[in-house]
Design a binder for this molecule. Structure first.
Ligand code: ATP
Ligand code: MG
Length: 350
């Protein structure tokens, strides 16, 4: 098991160090960790945010654990040299087209949710977002209308192969959870959504054990705050998924707690916390490392076939939080290291 560790910028190295301690503590046979440079850290050392050596390490690994990229110092750089290009470049180089974001109630933190406790305590869902298509990648530009007005445009486009491959990822994820699938679109007004819906139905024939339902995105946004417990796996396009996955995170609690995966067609993937490099608190040792530790758990589950080890990490995180320890984002004063220590102690006590 070769894991590339790209800690990156800001709080990235601090939170990644705790996840690495947790991985070592599991004593997994054949575990090999290889460090690589990304983001501003890579730009300072090599003049590029995603050096070719880093890409080579990523390609030679079974999975990638990614911290965060981004730095105040890089705002003046040309676009292709900015730290954010590291994550975009890795997605492109590795063909990572499926973004998975679980959102699950953490019992000790129900009070931190934006929702009422009785609603927040029932969340256990997984959003599968398509990452390589949609308005972000369609033809775009600025033009002038015949009336002389400036007009911006972004074309929303999906071809059926793009929808089919994300459909398979979502159905497989639903099957792995023994669950159901809800496909979210806007098929009443968008052609892309009509195609999306048709292909979802077509692919569902391969998964007779998985119930498929369809929901319009406006209704899904409403149901997510009204009754999030009704969702299991949700599959949706790039734009809708961007919005719904942030919404789902706030239903659970702090930004410092949520993990994500970006997968290719063979379930090789890049795993990262959903938060950014948080330059405002970088270097202070106060960032919450749990989202990165939970990203390592997701990596074991989805790319490395180590579900039991993933369960152990998740249980240890629950136990650490149940003990009452809280970092700053959760209203406490525990340090990054203390949060990591608590997870290690909980692991040892299992
Ligand atoms: P990006 O563009 O990289 O997503 P962002 O501008 O969305 O970055 P984040 O870096 O995610 O911002 O940070 C948003 C806020 O949340 C900041 O105030 C930051 O300090 C806080 N924050 C983010 N991650 C953590 C964490 N792990 N622990 C504590 N606070 C955090
Ligand atoms: Mg952000």
């Amino acid at each position: 098991m070769k894991i590339a560790v790209f800690a990156g910028d800001g709080i990235g190295p601090e939170v990644t160090a705790e996840a690495v301690r947790v991985l070592h503590a599991l004593d997994l046979p054949g575990l090999e960790l290889i460090d690589g440079l990304v983001g501003a850290a890579a730009w300072r050392a090599t003049g590029h945010p995603l050096p070719s050596e880093t890409i080579a390490i990523a390609k030679a690994s079974d999975a990638i654990l990614f911290g965060a990229v981004g730095d105040f110092d890089c705002d003046h750089l040309e676009r292709h040299l900015r730290p954010e290009q590291a994550i975009l470049g890795l997605r492109r180089e590795l063909g990572l087209f499926a973004n998975l974001r679980p959102a699950k109630t953490i019992p000790a933190l129900v009070g931190h949710s934006a929702l009422r406790p009785e609603i927040a305590s029932s969340i256990d869902l997984l959003i599968v977002r398509e990452l390589n298509g949609d308005v972000y990648f369609g033809e775009k530009g600025m033009r002038t209308t015949p009336a002389g007005l400036r007009q911006g445009y972004d074309v929303m486009a999906y071809d059926e192969s793009e929808v089919r491959r994300i459909a398979h990822v979502a159905f497989r994820a639903a099957r792995a959870r023994g669950g159901r699938l809800c496909s979210v679109d806007k098929a009443n007004v968008l052609e892309t959504s009509q195609l999306w819906r048709d292909v979802m139905i077509e692919v569902s024939a391969d998964y007779p054990d998985i119930a498929l339902e369809h929901m319009y995105v406006d209704n899904a946004a409403m149901q997510l705050v009204k009754d999030p417990g009704k969702f299991d796996v949700v599959v949706t396009g790039n734009l809708f998924g961007d919005i719904l996955s942030d919404q789902a995170s706030m239903c659970v609690g702090s930004i410092g707690l949520l993990a994500s995966a970006s997968l290719d067609a063979n379930d090789k993937g890049l795993y990262e916390p959903i938060h950014g490099s948080a330059p405002d608190i970088a270097g202070k040792g106060i960032a919450n490392p749990l989202a990165t530790i939970l990203s390592a758990a997701m990596m074991l589950r989805y790319s490395l076939g180590q579900a039991a080890a993933a369960d152990r990490i998740e249980a240890a995180v629950d136990a650490a939080l149940a003990s009452g320890l809280r970092s700053g984002d959760l209203g406490g004063s525990a340090t990054t290291r203390q949060m990591g220590d608590a997870v290690l102690e909980a692991l040892a006590a299992q």
